[in-house]
Design a protein around this ligand. Structure first.
Ligand SMILES: Nc1ncnc2c1ncn2[C@@H]1O[C@H](COP(=O)(O)OP(=O)(O)OP(=O)(O)O)[C@@H](O)[C@H]1O
Length: 626
């Protein structure tokens, strides 16, 4: 036995309102779209028909009327199209959506049930026959009556009566805002009947990018004004966008402040009706500094009409818009370097992200984007003019602690501690084999610092002996070199090998016995590499310390300098490091505020760490800070 599906309208309305559409707002768009499609259909049949016009009329009783002079419906069409969910007159015989219409799914009118309890459609068809009145109720019933007097002209009037709680959706100001927002670019006249202001036109004759101006600069200024209205702040640039395969035309605004990947989308009109103010997939991710405002006739909407359907054409559009934004940037670098510089100051991150995969952009970054270097901010190309190779460090902390020393030692440095920097440098060397790029090994830098003369070396042997003993407990070895700037007393340097071995030692300490045996096989190294604490002979205090006799004070001084160097270089502190810093700091304070010989308590109120008023020696056990 064959039966027909029954549709529970309440279930469908619930599905639409809670799961398909983001907001009841869309009812206004669906009404407008049906009116515009009906006008398109009438003009397709009769090019001489009167110009299309939609009149939106909020009524004093709270209902809303939308009149159009489109093709209209006759009695049988009313049964076929209005009363069947999923039926549409806007597909061809094979069921394909017809390009000239906005609608295609046959469900849009139902969205009116989100705001109305009844939908009344009064229509007279251009194909002849009497006027007809269809009334649909949200509980699933409908009535149809032929009423010759209901309407004299060809076209359709839709009347919505608000549902409880839905009154505000049909109020004049709300309706006017919704119709303008969705339909202001439609190329039919849409007017609002306002009892206070008369007839108000809600559509603009031309999109801002279609308006002709006398010269490009006036056009640019006008578009930037439009961008300012739309975005809330004046964009810094405007780019014309065009993808003929998708019938896409519009503009891209370059934001005047930095934004992050994934933030904000594009304003997309589909066949001049607003589809989304936040479409995400239109342009590539890297172009996050651009907000597009475009109209397209060929891209497809999702059923909710709130996003673009993801298909090959959308991929093609994204690719093409990416290319156009990229070309605009390259053009700026040739013809408007000042504007490019302003752009880069704000959007360097987006450009770097692009340079990581695009050679042209990489060249642009090389020539124009300032990097932080030990010689000041400059593009990499300028940096190479005075440096045979690009030596870089890949953390900002390392740059801060090494830049001045490296520069004074004749090794200029680039700070590659920000996002994409190292990838850009490495890619640059692959792009042009003449460009050598090397990460600076701090160990290599220590080796470039000037050693002491033989005589000086003999004079510091005693100090080095003490320092070696103190630093051995901290897995570090002492060195004395002379380097600039003289303001740096000591430099903590961990070469790459020292770091690797240190990591291995930490791993060993953190695993159980079985793993420890396995790992120790790898850790069995021939040469031990330890981090170095390089004392600066040029620093006056260091000379005084080096010249002091061995003893607790000297040991505290070594520990304190060790701690200071770790802090200055932003190196992580282990528990032993914190303990050493703590111990030496308190001991030095103790020494500065030593209790008088009578044995009375110190005036500062600071209790000595190990009691008795004595200064603790470096090897005096003290509590470790966590
Ligand atoms: N103002 C109107 N004038 C003439 N016909 C209309 C009008 N409004 C609706 N219709 C008819 O009712 C049908 C169903 O409309 P509905 O809005 O539900 O779906 P659609 O516009 O076909 O597709 P979509 O769901 O994509 O909007 C339309 O295909 C059209 O035939």
């Amino acid at each position: 036995m064959e039966r027909r599906f029954q549709v529970d309208l309440r279930g469908i309305v619930d599905l639409l309102s809670h799961h398909l559409y983001a907001s009841p707002r869309v009812y206004a768009r669906e009404l407008l779209q049906n009116a515009a499609d009906a006008i398109t259909a009438r003009h397709a049949d009769d090019p001489d028909a009167e110009p299309g016009r939609v009149v939106v009329e909020p009524m004093a009783d709270g209902s809303l009327r939308v009149h159009d002079n489109g093709i209209g419906l006759n009695e049988s069409q009313v049964h076929t199209f209005l009363a069947s969910v999923g039926r549409t007159s806007k597909r061809d015989e094979l069921g394909f959506a017809r390009q000239d219409f906005l609608g295609q799914f046959g469900i849009g009118l139902l969205s009116c049930f989100m705001v109305a309890d009844t939908i009344e459609v009064v229509s007279r068809s251009a194909t002849g026959g009497p006027a007809v009145r269809w009334t649909g109720y949200s509980d699933g019933r409908y009535t149809v009556e032929v009423d010759e007097t209901a309407r004299a002209d060809i076209g359709t009037t839709v009347i919505l009566r608000p549902r409880p709680g839905g009154t505000h959706w049909l109020a004049k100001n709300q309706v006017s805002e919704l119709i303008r927002s969705y339909g202001h670019l439609l190329d039919v006249d849409v007017v609002l009947v306002d009892p206070d202001a008369g007839q108000v036109r809600l559509t603009d004759p031309q999109a801002p990018w279609e308006i002709a101006y006398d010269d490009p600069e006036t056009r640019r200024a006008a578009l930037l004004d439009y961008g300012a209205q739309l975005l809330g702040s004046r964009p810094m640039e405007v780019i014309d966008l065009r993808v003929p395969e998708a019938g896409l035309v519009g503009v891209g605004f370059v934001l005047s402040s930095a934004s992050a990947v994934g933030q904000g989308g594009h304003r997309v009109y589909l066949k001049r009706m607003l589809l989304s103010e936040d479409a995400k997939q239109l342009a590539p991710d890297w172009a996050f500094f651009v907000r597009g405002v475009v109209d397209t006739s060929m891209l497809r909407p999702t059923a909710s009409r709130e996003a673009l359907y993801s298909d090959d054409l959308l991929d093609q559009v994204r690719e093409s818009l990416g290319q156009q934004i990229r070309d605009w940037l390259l053009d700026l670098s040739v013809n408007h370097p000042d504007r490019l510089a302003a752009f880069l100051r704000v959007h360097h991150l987006g450009v770097k992200a692009l340079a990581v995969r695009d050679d042209e952009m990489l060249r642009l970054v090389d020539a124009w984007l300032p990097f932080e270097t030990s010689r000041g901010a400059m593009p990499l190309q300028a940096f190479r003019r005075n440096a045979s190779m690009i030596r870089y460090v890949n953390t900002v902390d390392e740059f801060r602690s090494l830049a001045a020393i490296a520069s004074a030692a004749g090794t200029p440095l680039v700070n590659a501690g920000y996002a994409y920097d190292t990838e850009i440098l490495e890619r640059l060397s692959r792009l042009d084999p003449k460009i050598t790029v090397r990460r600076l090994d701090p160990g290599e830098l220590a080796a470039r610092l000037e050693p002491l003369s033989e005589e000086q070396q003999r004079s510091v042997a005693g100090f080095l002996e003490t320092a070696r003993t103190v630093l051995a407990d901290l897995d570090c070895v002492p060195l004395i070199r002379q380097f600039d700037p003289v303001t740096v007393p000591a430099l903590y340097v961990a070469s790459q090998q020292a770091r690797q071995q240190d990591q291995m030692r930490r791993n060993l300490a953190g695993v159980d016995e079985l793993w420890s045996d396995v790992l120790s096989a790898f850790a069995d190294v021939e040469v031990e590499h330890r981090p170095e604490l390089v004392f600066n002979w040029r620093h006056p205090l260091i000379r005084r310390i080096v010249g002091s006799p061995p003893g607790p004070a000297l040991r505290n001084a070594v520990e304190a300098l060790y701690g200071q160097a770790l802090l200055a270089g932003h190196h992580p502190l282990r528990a032993v490091d914190t303990a050493a810093l703590n111990r030496s700091f308190l001991a030095l304070l103790e020494r500065s505020f030593a209790a008088p010989a009578t044995g009375s308590r110190p005036a500062t109120g600071a209790a000595p760490p190990s009691g008795g008023g004595t200064v603790p020696a470096a090897d005096t056990p003290s509590e470790e800070m966590p």
